[in-house]
Ligand binder design. Structure first.
Ligand SMILES: [Zn+2]
Length: 152
């Protein structure tokens, strides 16, 4: 079975990056921190910019590949800076990237990104377990959120 949307196995130049939506998404998520766009409380929580949110119901996580992800506990969805550019700023991600970072710097940054998706893309449970190790209060945070969600 062949899958045309599968990225090339080696992403070496900018051309490869712009040919694969998946590679571009991963690169932007790693190169442009989500925290460039949103304010985050010291404990990593934030009001979700992807739905109308008056109390912080989202949390910022650091992925293994160096990218930042936002998990919204209300929508049960994971977002990256790529999603912010597309859904909130309503801009073309390629155009946005080129307006933020020079082609030269993109080429340099690309060397630090691991494009082997299967290895780097964590499942949500892996992410939670990972964060739980780093943040001892994660369980408490989650149970507070869930009990809050149940109480409304
Ligand atoms: Zn949300």
């Amino acid at each position: 079975m062949t899958q045309s949307s599968k990225p090339p196995t080696t992403i070496t130049g900018i051309e490869d990056l712009f040919k694969s939506k998946r590679a571009l998404k991963q690169f932007i998520s790693a190169a442009i921190p989500l925290t460039n766009f949103i304010d985050v409380y010291p404990n990593g929580t934030t009001c979700c910019p992807f739905h109308e949110d008056s109390t912080p119901s989202a949390k910022i996580f650091n992925e293994k590949d160096g990218s930042q992800k936002l998990y919204c506990f209300t929508e049960h969805k994971m977002y990256s800076s790529y999603d912010y550019i597309v859904l909130i700023l309503k801009q073309d991600p390629k155009t946005f990237l080129l307006s933020e970072i020079s082609e030269e710097d993109i080429a340099i940054s690309m060397r630090t990104v691991d494009f082997s998706f299967e290895k780097t893309e964590s499942t949500f449970s892996e992410l939670i377990n990972d964060s739980a190790k780093r943040l001892p209060d994660m369980d408490r945070f989650l149970s507070c959120l869930y009990s809050h969600a149940i109480s409304i």
